[in-house]
Design a protein around this ligand. Structure first.
Ligand SMILES: Cc1cc2nc3c(=O)[nH]c(=O)nc-3n(C[C@H](O)[C@H](O)[C@H](O)COP(=O)(O)O)c2cc1C
Length: 305
């Protein structure tokens, strides 16, 4: 049986319900040696800011049981260099391009959104209001319903591009934040960014990351992410892109049954550069095995216990 994996999210026509998690796939150039990028439903690029950023000092990655901690801190070349060097490559892939943006102030998001709205070939903007690794740079918005709404509303008024709000799990109610983002005009929600964490080198009695703590990602956070997708999907009408520890098609199906319309693959890209393509194929095989003809039939299709 041929399975229809296509899905439309906020007007983005995806051939498969799989994109890349921002910051784990750069702009995809290196991964093109391993997979056919055109098989992805979309590519979500690394978060860009207005000015270039060096990120935090090393060490800024540390392996943990079933996951990793990072404190990269939004290292990126800034919007001008990105538009000049990476955007042409991304456009040539022929895959919908989701650009992730962050800033320290509402105005910075606004300037980036206006600037990028003038560029061809961008399918949507993802507002990163969830990076835990910079003192100022998004997460101060994503922990407050009020500030989330203010930011989304401002950006919404400046661009016709679809807006995806990317949320942090490091809040008391991610559902409240999602409702605020959608109320202010977000067309879709991405969740989750990394979970705050810390690891200590007990021999040297120092934190493993130079800045002390960071964000946990990988399979260790998957159940947290699945529950948050499930909860948020009950509270908002817009599509959800679910992520957190997805390695296989089966992992992705878990998110889709929880209510995600699509998924993003993140940390797995570091250990397996073919992970994204494997997730697409795994979803296809699951659908074959279960006589599912359209992936959209599975969204939120969870049986009661
Ligand atoms: C090394 C690293 C860098 C990341 N950089 C970004 C980023 O620039 N922007 C962003 O929105 N999320 C960033 N994230 C978060 C991921 O996009 C994703 O939300 C999170 O890691 C959970 O998914 P995963 O467990 O599949 O990695 C980063 C994650 C990692 C591990």
């Amino acid at each position: 049986m041929s399975v229809d994996l296509s899905i439309e999210i906020a007007g983005i026509k995806m051939s498969a319900p799989v994109t890349t998690a921002s910051g784990t796939f750069a702009s995809g150039r290196e991964y093109g040696d391993f997979i056919d990028l055109s098989e992805l439903g979309a590519i979500t690029a690394k978060t860009i800011t207005f000015e270039p950023r060096e990120g935090n000092p090393p060490p800024r990655m540390s392996e943990t049981p079933s996951g990793m901690l990072n404190s990269i801190g939004l290292q990126n070349p800034g919007v001008d260099e990105f538009v000049e060097k990476d955007l042409p490559f991304l456009r040539d892939t022929g895959v919908p391009i989701i650009l992730s943006i962050a800033g320290t102030r509402v105005e910075e998001y606004a300037i980036l959104a206006s600037r990028l709205s003038r560029e061809e070939g961008i399918a949507a903007l993802e507002l990163n209001i969830s990076c835990p690794n910079v003192k100022e740079g998004g997460v101060q918005f994503g922990v407050s319903s009020h500030l989330t709404a203010e930011l989304v509303e401002e950006v919404r008024s400046l661009t016709d591009l679809p807006l995806i709000a990317k949320l942090t799990p490091n809040v008391s109610s991610i559902t409240d934040i999602a409702v605020a983002a959608v109320g202010a005009g977000a067309d879709a929600i991405s969740l989750i960014n990394t979970v705050s964490g810390m690891a200590i080198d007990i021999e040297r009695r120092i934190p493993r990351l130079a800045v002390g703590s960071g964000g946990l990602s990988g399979p260790a956070i998957r159940p947290i992410a699945v529950k948050m997708v499930h909860d948020v999907s009950k509270a908002v009408e817009v599509p959800i892109i679910g992520m957190g520890g997805i390695r296989t098609g089966e992992d992705a199906i878990e998110f889709i049954l929880a209510g995600a319309s699509a998924v993003a693959v993140g940390t797995s890209n570091f250990s397996d550069p073919m992970a994204t393509a494997g997730v697409v194929e795994g979803i296809r095989q699951y659908c074959d095995r279960h006589n599912v003809s359209k992936i959209t039939d599975l969204i939120g299709d969870l049986n009661p216990r």
